[in-house]
Write a protein that binds this ligand. Structure first.
Ligand code: ADP
Ligand code: MG
Length: 214
């Protein structure tokens, strides 16, 4: 199958093609149509299977479709467990939004807090961050989640392993459940807290689970 069969915007297809990406992986084939339809989604598939594009493509399709992108609260928040993973997601995101009017910023633990406040004041459409630092900024009201349309939790199992349950709960509480769609990604299913976090965050989610053999 080809990415163009998802009916996504030409500009997005062009940016993917620039990176040599034409054919979606298994998890992308299954997850992208559900995510584009606006439903909540739980995805489990192994590391390296292509989960990043499984959320970036639906996210960017949604923002591109909104012709008048007003500058206010972030539209989308992508939470990853570590700086390294956030940097990987952000690099891929940057390539995909190159030349568009979509803005994004990183909010990572270890970086300068005041610089982050300045970046957040510019009202980026997309924030990629790590849980602890995001929670610190929310407590200080550096930004608000009242307009959030899409909450993406990447590597939820590792986020729980690292003990970020309280930070995820805070973010969950501050983002309006009626407005938002939530996509949750995990490499494993076995984690003891995955069921609990899914129940807390997701509304009648669709599930895509690919066993190790896939
Ligand atoms: P995961 O998050 O499941 O561990 P990633 O999203 O990091 O996997 O993807 C793993 C690698 O595969 C990355 O280098 C990415 O650029 C590449 N990749 C992802 N989707 C595709 C695709 N459809 N075609 C070609 N390469 C892809
Ligand atoms: Mg990943």
């Amino acid at each position: 199958m080809l990415f163009e069969e998802f009916g996504i915007d030409k500009r997005l297809l062009t940016q993917l093609a620039h990176q040599g990406i034409k054919h979606p992986t298994d998890v992308q084939q299954q997850a992208i149509p559900i995510a584009i339809s606006g439903q909540d989604l739980f995805v489990q598939s192994k590391t390296g299977s292509g989960k990043t594009l499984a959320f970036l493509v639906p996210l960017l399709q949604r923002l591109i479709k909104q012709r008048a992108l007003s500058k206010r609260d972030p539209r989308a928040l992508i939470i990853t467990p570590t700086r390294e993973l956030a940097n990987q997601v952000f690099s891929q995101l940057r390539l995909l939004i190159a030349g568009s009017n979509i803005s994004a910023t990183k909010v990572l633990g270890g970086d300068n807090f005041n610089d982050q406040i300045k970046s957040l004041k510019k009202d980026p459409h997309i924030i990629v961050g790590t849980p602890g630092r995001l929670a610190d900024h929310l407590k200080q009201k550096s930004f608000f989640l009242s307009g959030l349309e899409l909450l993406i939790i990447d590597e939820a199992d590792r986020i729980m392993d690292l003990g970020f349950k309280d930070e995820i709960d805070l973010i969950n509480q501050q983002a309006d459940h009626r407005l938002r769609q939530t996509l949750l990604f995990s490499a494993t299913l076995e984690h003891s807290q995955i069921d609990a976090i899914s129940r807390n965050l997701l509304k009648s989610p669709k599930k895509v689970t690919l066993s190790e053999s896939n």
